[in-house]
Structure formats: C-alpha cells, structure tokens
Design a protein around this ligand. Sequence first.
Ligand code: ARG
Length: 591
Amino acid sequence: MTSITNELETRFQQAFERAFGEAFSAIDPMIRAAQDARFGDYQSNVAMGLAKKIGDKPRSVAERIVANLSIDDICETPEIAGPGFINLRLKSTWLAEKISSIAIDEKLGLEPAREPMKIVVDYSGPNIAKQMHVGHLRSTIIGDTIARTLAFVGHQVIRQNHVGDWGTQFGMLIAYLFETFGTEAVNTGNLHISDIEAFYKQANEKFRSDEDFARRARQQVVELQAGDQNALRAWEVFRNESLKHCQEIYDRLGVMLNISDVRGESFYNEFLPGVVDELLNNHKVAVEDQGAVCIFLEGFKAKDDSPLPIIIRKSDGGYLYATTDLAALRYRVRELGAQRIIYVTDARQVLHFQQIFATAQKIGWDMNPATQQRASLEHVTFGSVLGEDGKPLKTRSGENVKLKDLLEEAVLRARSVVEQKNPELPEDQKRDIAGKVGIGAVKYADLSQNRTSDYTFSYDKMLAMEGNTAPYLMYAYARVKSIQRKGQINEKETSAGEKITIAHPAEAALAKKLLQFSEIIEEVVKNLRPNMITSYLFDLSQTFSGFYENCPVLKAEDDATRASRLLLCDLTAKTLKQGLALLGISTVEQM
Ligand code: ARG
C-alpha cells in the first residue's frame, strides 16, 4: 500500500506535468505533515522553489498547481496560504477507507520494498577477551533495531557479529587456560570454564602480579600466531566459552543475534596476507613505508597537515584492525552479495571507517559482482552512555559496568514497579512482566535518544510510568488490550470486514497518526534513526489517549460506532506492538 505522502506526491507530479510540461514531472513536491492542525494535515512548499525556475510569482505558481491538481478523492479543496504554501486536508471518507484497509493488513499499511536488497548489518562486535560491558550495549541494540526494521520492510538482512576474537589479548587467556587445566587437557576435550567471569578476573590478576606468567602469556601470542596446535585448541576453547557468555547476554537482551551470525576477526586471518599483497602489487594503493605497509589516501590529513595513512601491516609483520576490515568488506560484497553494508559502532571509529570505505571505493572492492553496482557503505555512529556524574558510566570502583549486572538490576527494579502497579497478579506473571519491562526500559531509554548524542543512564527515568519510556508504552498497549477484552472482541472478529468510520476529530487524529506508521518506517530505513520510531510510538499513545477521552468506545452511541472504535483500538494495539517489536521490546497483555 502506498503511503499518504507517496500518494500525494504522485498527484502533485501529475499536476506539475499538466501545468508546466513534462520536464517538471519528477520534481520533488516537498510534501510534509503539517506542523499545526489548523492549517490542515499536509503542506507543500514546492511553489517557492518552482517560481524561480518558471519565472512566475510563487503564489501564482501555487494557484496553477492547485488548478491542475486532481486530488478531490483524497482531500478537501486545497488552500493556498502566505507566499504560496499549499495546505491539504484529508477527507474523512478517504481516511476511513484507507484506515479500514490498513486495519486488516499485516504490514499495517507498509509497502514492502519493491527491490529487496541484501543488506549486511555489522553490529555488537565485542572483543571477547573481556566480558560484555555497557560499552557494547548501544551497538547491540541499535544494530538489532536497524536489522529488524530492514527485515520488516522486506530486505534480506545478513547479521554479522564482527567479534574481536584474534590478537595479542588472547595470549594471557590461553596461558592461563593451560595453567589451570594443564597443557594436556586441550587434547582430551574436557575443558570447561564454568565461570567465565571468574576466569577473566583470575587471568588478569595473575598477569599483573606474576612477571613469569606475563612473559609466558606474551610467548603464547607468538605461538598462537605461528599456528601452534595446542595454542589454537586452547584459543578455541576459550573462544567458545566466551561466545556462549555473549549469547546469554543476547538472549537476555532479546536481540536476534545468534552463534551463526558470528564471523569475527579470526575468520579473516587467512585472507590477510593476500589482501596486503593485492593492495601492494595489483591495485598499487599501498606502499612500504619504514618497513610497514601503508595506504595513503588523498584527503586524509593529521592535525599538523601531514598525510594520515592506514597501516595494514606493521613492520614486525603483524596485521591490524584495518586489514581485517578490508578483508571483511570484500568478503561481504563478493561472497555474501551485500548491496548495502551498515556498520554500527561508536563515533570514535569514524575516521577508521572513512578510510576503509575510501580505500574500497578507490579499488572497486565495493562493486557487487551480481548487480554490477557499488554497495552503499554506511557507518552508523552513536555517543556514550554516561553516569549521573556526566562521565562514561562506571561502577563505583571505577570498572566498566558489566551488561549482565546492569540488566539484572533493571529487572530487579522493574519488579517493584510491577509490585506497585498490580500487586494482585500471580507470581509467575509478575516475573514475566518485570523481565520484559526491565529489559525493555533499558533498550527504550537508549533507542529513544538521538543516537549521535551521549545520554545519561538512569534507572529511575527509564522505569518511570509517565513520559517517553518503555513502561509507559507497554502500559498503553496493555490498556488498549484491556478495552478490547472488556469489549469481548478478538482479533479475528475485528478483521472480519467491519469498517471504520471517522466522525469525531479525535477519531480523525488517531486515524492519521496510525496512517503515519509506514511513513516513519520508510524514513528509518533511510536514516537509520531508531528514535524516530520511539517518538512516533509515544505520539501515537498520546493521540490514543486523546481519542479515548473524547470518544467512548464500549459505551459508544450505537453498535456501528462501537465496532468502528474497537477497530481503531485494535489497530492502535497492533501498531504499538509492531513498533515495539522493531525495537526488540516485548509487550504484555496485562500490566
Ligand atoms: N570489535 C570492535 C570494537 O570493539 C567492533 C567491531 C565493529 N565492526 C567492524 N567491522 N570493525 O571496537
């Protein structure tokens, strides 16, 4: 189903063609939802820009557009305001028709992508030599929302968890593994780290306090990189255990990553010599510089104006983060067939990705072999999670906050919210709600921020029942469901051909809000900003409140009105549920 904006755009472009000739048929009509309901529902500002091109006054251009606009099935007669704004007001009959069709559409009016694309979303990517901490939160949940949204629209999403599972940091862990279980244990396959958290800690402590151990740890790195079988096996054991720990966090968080999405740094290890060789000898973008291999690209300068290279091989022969990313990019385009690659990392990696993208584009590694088109390379950045003191969130003792602890705490606190709200509920239901509210609150608080800014982490704020929070929205959903329960309707019944009628302005307002859902999603597909979804859902639940205050549902004046309003309730519930699902937040029927 086409969105309202799209539908209006088409009509406008037809009018341009009639009024000014074919050359004008593709001009952007600049249609936006009106800021102020008094001026209508949508507004076009196109006349101002067109006036210059045509050599006429904006107002007269607006008049000529309106005279050629065939739109009276959708809108009341358009009004021209000020210098030449064209104001559009939707007809309630059209609105009723449109909203009735959306009410039975499983995509809620969203038009599936006309050309589904293969899109790689690279997110989470923790360095697994450490336990997952709050620094991994944003990439994990922002990336998950982006992936879910793209999939909802109909794209083929390929999740890639580019974990840091290779490199010097593993020496310490392997050495510790050997010393805990004995070098022989790796061959029997009986290694099992029961408590990964304690394991990290102990290895680290030993590394710091025991110089001999530290030396052995450094030696392990060399052996690992030289392909020593025992070292490799120990590495594998550690990696598996560590990934298991990550998976527990993903499951707890309700993000869609699983083990098969892991394609970490180690995967690309075998390609690295070839990558460097090709860049040096085939593409000739890399050069040897004081023993290292570097790529110098135009436009990348350090503060002192000296050229800023990407190093892809150190003088000791070691490869770097950038080398792996070049290998990964090529793999994604050539082997996975990516047409769009979205990298979700914090803003400190901006330069890194600019350099990677520029290199790939220069040598054509972004060229998709099947489509013969360049893949779109996009870096989605985000700010930091701050503590109440305005500094990056840390524990009281100054350590990174572990994600596991953070989530547990949120669920614990959500429990008391549930306890207050609904003390009568049975125990298992309370536990279920607290889990969903607690996790939902953490995610929502993050996703509702403009992702490029920092935000202050606050359990109290994210768990508030009022305001733009997960509990508020989940409660709004549960409330609509309870109206439906009281109205004793079930979803099958509501979709059985009844029609929505729009008589009251509050019904019209709700219908228009509901119709915007697909437009919002289409925007998010382009700008990858989850906070557009949260703002929309918040608006929607407030618009619903306005409707519910003004329009009795269960005690409506007649059966037809009651049925129509119940349908509006049902569509509101579905939209809230779907919107929250795109954020990876579960709803509950009762709260
Ligand atoms: N492991 C990296 C880090 O912790 C994030 C990986 C992001 N993805 C990538 N392809 N570089 O910073």
